[in-house]
Design a protein around this ligand. Structure first.
Ligand code: NAG
Ligand code: NAG
Ligand code: NAG
Ligand code: NAG
Ligand code: NAG
Ligand code: NAG
Ligand code: NAG
Length: 418
């Protein structure tokens, strides 16, 4: 398999190079688009704002604006880019149900005055596939961002932070919704959703102020190791309705302010000592664990003991086993350690069938031996016959060999040829 071994790393290198190239390109695109808008934009294709300061009270044509409520709604309009002439009073902006596809760098950056008041931005269900570096730059008051229900295939690691972490201020975001991020088609995915989201949450420690993070229903299979390490302000974390199998490698230790942790409707099998201790160490947390396929074997002993003691699991009496078969629907809290064993690895039916197979094989073997024993005279005779046949054959061979090797006979035959 040397071919297989050498192909893996090469492909990895290629991907790495592609990713670097992409980053460089992105940097170039963002810097060039910023300079183009600074030099009083001529390109109408630019999705950035025009240099014209917006008139007070104006409303972009496809939108509904309410100055009293400081709200702008551009909902279900099939917009392909963010309207350039958003009124500066806007605090709440709905851009849901559109066809944005790509959110470029500085998509909301406006020539002075900027959208300084914009606090809640809803981009739910707008077919976003790419959110690029610095997409939310120059929104100094943005507290709530909803990117749910978008088929994201590319989320820049610097989507929520500036691209230069050493100079960017921390993000003002307090609530971030990333629910139902399911790609429509799973081709052209540069990177796993888990990896992309984790990178964006980590970048530059910019999300220090984040208090609510929703990552529900996004088919997450795992949580990258330090995905939560740089979110020390988190109060509410929703990971429900994903496909998480294990929490063994993720750390909750730094989430000292965590108040709610939603893990319902995942594929969790058991929580191990390390996780249990970390959760127990969080002062204010409530944990939701319903509808997971708990496996009630000997590995479950620690979790059952913990459940009986802890007060942090909400509705802990509702948790039931899903496997093994004989334990199905048993309530976790009512199990004792004698219920939890790992010995019967094979189901009972399979075990009995193996025993049966063994007996049948033993019988066949015994009958075979018996036949041999009863037939021992015949077998002896048969062996003698074979020995004799062999001897005859060998003699014949020997005779022929000697004839051929006789030099006189060889000379004779060669002479006759001539
Ligand atoms: C948006 O596009 C869909 C499908 O192309 C169409 O049915 C709908 O009328 C469009 N909506 C608007 C507001 O143009
Ligand atoms: C964003 O808009 C969607 C669709 O209207 C809505 O379901 C969702 O609750 C909104 N998000 C927030 C944070 O209000
Ligand atoms: C980030 O900004 C600092 C200070 O302005 C500068 O020295 C550094 O080169 C920048 N880094 C990048 C990657 O642009
Ligand atoms: C990977 O991401 C980069 C950065 O946006 C993008 O330009 C490129 O098209 C993506 N590749 C694929 C195969 O989606
Ligand atoms: C759970 O996730 C699946 C698949 O993403 C989705 O179809 C379903 O509506 C979600 N359920 C809830 C209650 O959100
Ligand atoms: C947790 O917080 C500490 C101190 O704030 C920090 O040093 C550490 O890097 C953080 N991350 C993890 C995974 O502990
Ligand atoms: C888990 O912790 C309990 C109590 O601290 C201890 O008795 C048990 O042996 C531990 N289990 C494992 C697998 O280390």
């Amino acid at each position: 398999m040397p071919g297989g071994c050498s192909r893996g790393p090469a492909a990895g290198d290629g991907r790495l190079r592609l990713a670097r190239l992409a980053l460089v390109l992105l940097g170039w695109v963002s810097s060039s688009s910023l300079t183009s808008s600074a030099s009083s934009s001529t390109s109408s294709a630019s999705s950035l704002a025009s240099a014209q300061p917006p008139l007070p009270g104006q409303c972009p044509q496809p939108c509904e604006c309410s100055e009293a409520a400081r709200t702008v709604k551009c909902v279900n309009r099939n917009l392909t880019e963010v309207p350039a002439d958003l009124p500066t009073y806007v605090r709440t902006l709905f851009l849901t149900g559109n066809q944005l596809a790509v959110l470029p760098s500085g998509a909301f950056a406006r020539q002075p005055p900027p959208l300084a008041e914009l606090a809640a931005l809803n981009l739910s269900g707008s077919r976003l596939k790419e959110v690029r570096t610095g997409a939310f730059e120059h929104l100094p008051s943005l507290r709530q961002l909803d990117l749910s229900h978008n088929p994201l295939t590319y989320l820049s690691p610097f989507a929520f932070s500036g691209s230069n972490a050493s100079v960017s201020p921390p993000s003002p975001l307090v609530e971030l919704m990333l629910n139902h991020l399911v790609p429509l088609t799973d081709d052209k995915q540069n990177q796993s959703l888990e990896g992309m989201v984790a990178a964006a949450l980590r970048a530059g420690h910019a999300l220090r102020g984040l208090r609510r993070l929703e990552l529900a229903s996004s088919h997450l299979l795992y949580l990258p190791r330090d995905v939560l390490a740089y979110l020390p302000g988190l109060r509410h974390l929703d990971l429900s309705n994903n496909s998480l199998v294990s929490l063994t490698y993720v750390s909750f230790r730094n989430l000292t302010h965590l108040e709610s942790l939603h893990l319902e409707d995942n594929a969790l099998k058991v929580l191990h000592n390390g996780t249990l201790a970390e959760l127990q160490g969080l002062a204010h947390v409530r944990v939701f664990l319903d509808n997971n396929p708990w496996v009630c074997d000997c590995q479950m002993v620690d979790m059952v003991a913990w459940l009986k003691e802890t007060e942090i699991v909400q509705g802990k009496a509702r948790l039931t086993c899903a496997f093994p078969e004989k334990m199905r629907n048993r309530v976790l809290l009512e199990l004792s350690s004698s219920d939890l064993d790992c010995d019967p690895i094979l189901p009972q039916s399979l075990q009995t069938s193996y025993v049966f197979l063994g007996i049948v094989l033993a019988l066949i073997g015994a009958i075979f031996l018996l036949v041999l024993y009863l037939n021992r005279k015949g077998i002896k005779k048969w062996m003698h016959n074979i020995r004799d046949a062999c001897r005859d054959h060998m003699e014949g061979y020997h005779y022929r060999y000697e004839i051929n090797a006789d030099p006189r006979l060889t000379n004779l035959s060669s002479n006759s040829d001539v």
